[in-house]
Design a protein around this ligand. Sequence first.
Ligand code: G4P
Length: 280
Amino acid sequence: MNIQWYPGHMTKAKRAMKEDIKLIDLIIELVDARVPLSSRNPDIDELGAGKARMVLLNKSDLADERFNNAWESYFVAQGCHVVKVNSKSGAGLKQINSVVQEACKEKIERDRRRGILNRPVRAMVVGIPNVGKSTFINSFAGKACAKTGNRPGVTKGNQWIRLNKSLELLDTPGILWPKFEDQQVGIRLALIGSVNDQILNKDELAMELIGFLTKEYPQVLFEKYEIETKDPLEALRQVARARACLAKGGELDLVKASNLLIDDFRNGKLGRMTLEFPGQ
Ligand code: G4P
């Protein structure tokens, strides 16, 4: 399967982000906890050079808790401050303020030495599409926040949200695009819904998912669909039978079955799962 996806407006967005990044102290990078590496854009290291870094393992409710912990250690070893969150329910968000202070300790100390007291940390949320940036900003900033009005330098239309006396957030997240040469990365991004569905061959993607489940979570296929075969096509047929996906004339509708299976995975109905592992 060959997934190609490279939006033309990426260079422009990157340039705008570069300007905004000059104004901030901290980058809050959201990744999808099910694919924490594939859902990053490597440009962020260059864009964020010299800034404090925080990684939020978002959608941690959908990922396998054993691997959430392993990924947390992985990013900590890279010098990032890490919090596991579920932006939808709000779980984990309470920890963020104290972790922000910890991540920006040096800046706060530097300000103090210069006699600048209580200047809020300024942060920007970044991440690839669909990783949960808007959900995060809405849950984290909530209704309690007040926009601080336009200030010079911020990209037109953007504003700062004052969260409390020690933290201000840029109200518009920075969108990064996934970058991949490795097709496996493309497949993982397609599975979590970060690559436009229309460019995908859904039954091939479903068979990739089946192959992964057979290897890593074999009991799920058996419990949900009574699948025992290791042959992906036969397994997909079994999904179609189990979910009564029939086309006209009574034939199995494999595309419908593929969509159902992929949606079940995306919505967590197959259980909590992680698609990639540190050190893989
Ligand atoms: P983006 O700005 O980065 O593009 O992402 P956005 O916030 O729009 O979130 C994309 C989808 O991910 C949304 O689902 C959102 O509800 C869901 N989401 C975000 N964070 C979490 C999380 O921590 N856990 C879970 N389980 N889901 C999360 P949607 O289906 O597009 O919308 P909706 O049905 O939730 O309204």
